[in-house]
Design a protein around this ligand. Structure first.
Ligand code: ZN
Ligand code: ZN
Length: 170
């Protein structure tokens, strides 16, 4: 388990030199085969807004690996993005490997208005944008979208706070 040792990534990230607010942190061990376990450490700093994952034989090693990646990102002279197969607008810096969302326009066109989007996909594989989402006929929408809408409507009717999942996200 996380020990909170003085030089943990969490401590480092919240020091004045670190100047990074970590919005999420996960660590632990996961089995990679019946005999081995990999320790992992994941952090979601706010700035740069990215996702770091370090792996190692121990949580400390995994932490150190994530920390070193972060130092590379911070020391990068200037990020230059490449897609590496992502079509949703995310990219990787070709110098330091930083992963970041929304550095490119998404690759898909909304079938209703033609705007670049990665918002949602119909059952028959067409893309639709955030603006057009309520113009897509319900029979074309995946059931999880309809279920989420129904659930949100029920919450609203009961005056409860709406659940996190939100179609308004890009
Ligand atoms: Zn970079
Ligand atoms: Zn649209």
């Amino acid at each position: 388990m996380f020990t909170g040792k003085g030089d943990s990534i969490e401590t480092k990230l919240s020091t004045p030199e670190g100047q990074l607010e970590v919005v999420g942190l996960m660590f632990g061990e996961e089995p990679t085969s019946s005999h081995y376990k990999t320790a992992f450490f994941e952090a979601f700093p706010k700035e740069p807004a990215t996702f770091l994952r370090g792996e190692g034989n121990t949580v400390e090693e995994a932490e150190a690996s994530a920390w070193n990646q972060l130092q590379k990102h911070i020391a990068c002279p200037g990020h230059e993005w490449e897609k590496r197969g992502y079509k949703n607008g995310a990219g990787f810096c070709k110098h330091c490997g930083l992963f970041k969302s929304k550095v490119f326009e998404p690759d898909e066109d909304c079938y209703l208005c033609g705007q670049k989007t990665y918002h949602g996909q119909t059952n028959d594989g067409r893309w639709y944008c955030k603006k057009c989402q309520y113009d897509v006929p319900e029979e074309l929408l995946p059931c999880y979208v309809l279920d989420a809408r129904k659930y949100r409507a029920e919450c609203a009717a009961r005056g409860e706070p709406l659940p996190e999942y939100d179609e308004d996200e890009d």
